[in-house]
Design a protein around this ligand. Structure first.
Ligand code: MN
Length: 321
């Protein structure tokens, strides 16, 4: 929910001298991109600004120099007068900094695009129709009268690209493209960032992918497709589970497949399932096994023998089709 105007957001930012910005734990491109773009703009405007994130941004996001500047702890001896949370649907999403935020005496500002955001700050600027926080941030910077330089444009492009699934998600709007056009005019390297985020991979990942696809299974009259990544697959291709991201999208792209599942062997008799769906409610499927997520994308942990897990999942999916 939004309870202030864009002009008020701009005024709060312009009136601040020392600013903490925090994004959610396990940051994605949108969280770190929107936060750091704001951080750079504040610094350029002569203010002290610090980007905080409980977790170090993962290696796959380390494609822009600014990304390594985020801090995992509050800097000592700094007393900010404004604390901004970005891309965080709930206050506890900013992890270790949520206590600090809650008891903070200065202004607090919440800039986000999640529909469930309850508005936990003094000023809340939440636009749920936006595909990314990076779609909102450019208008905030412009309202404050701050120019978006090339470095900021790249950070914002990163978030726009990743949260929109390379401009393919259903919530991509005309505004998304007009913001992208603006960022392009500021020098954003959409081609290069897109290549880094969506195309390039390691030899190990390519080998792992070919093995995993080779073992793809179908059930429920080919409406369900299942991929399995075993520990042995990871070992023999010299990869780790971080490189299985996106695998589950491939079986879902098959004509006739309604639900796709990727099973990752975590330990003997323990599998982490990622579920994706075209229409069926896979949040309900995951909930049966103590997991959850969204209607079309969810996850859960399963314990037991492999074939038995496949049977349990298949039945649970069958009930949602
Ligand atoms: Mn986001």
């Amino acid at each position: 929910m939004t309870d202030c105007t864009l002009a008020e957001v701009a005024a709060v930012l312009k009136n601040a001298n020392t600013v903490f910005i925090a994004c959610h734990v396990r940051p994605d491109g949108d969280a770190i991109g929107s936060g750091l773009a704001l951080c750079l703009a504040l610094k350029k405007a002569g203010k002290q600004a610090y980007m905080l994130c409980e977790d170090e941004p993962p290696a796959r996001l380390q494609i822009l120099p600014a990304i390594k500047t985020s801090l995992t702890a509050v800097p000592q001896g700094v007393s900010p007068d404004l604390f901004v949370a970005v891309d965080s649907a709930e206050l506890n999403r900013i992890g270790v900094f949520s206590q600090y935020f809650q008891s903070f005496k200065g202004n607090t500002l919440n800039i986000d695009h999640h529909v469930s955001n309850p508005g936990y700050a003094k000023y809340n600027y939440v636009l749920p129709e936006s595909t990314a926080t990076c779609e909102i941030m450019p208008e905030v910077l412009k309202a404050a009268g701050w120019e978006i330089d090339r470095e900021m444009a790249d950070l914002l492009a990163l978030g726009l690209l990743t949260d929109s699934g390379n401009f393919t998600h259903n919530d991509v709007s005309a505004k998304t493209f007009s913001v992208a056009a603006e960022l392009k005019e500021c020098g954003a390297d959409f081609g290069g960032i897109g290549y880094q985020m969506f195309t390039r991979q390691t030899k190990g990942r390519a080998l792992l992918y070919s093995r995993v696809l080779g073992g793809m299974r179908f059930a429920l009259e080919d409406k369900l497709a299942i991929l399995t990544v075993s520990k042995k697959d990871l070992e023999e291709t010299g990869t780790d589970k971080s490189q299985t991201e996106g695998f589950v999208d491939f079986p879902l792209s098959i004509d006739g497949v309604e639900v796709a599942i990727s099973l990752l062997e975590v330990n003997r008799m323990q599998y982490k399932a990622s579920l994706r769906s075209k229409r069926a409610d896979v949040n309900a499927v995951a909930a049966k096994f103590g997991g959850g997520g969204h209607v079309l994308a969810s996850g859960c942990m399963l314990f037991g023998e492999y074939e038995e897990i496949i049977e349990r999942l298949t039945f649970a999916v069958y009930q949602q089709l």
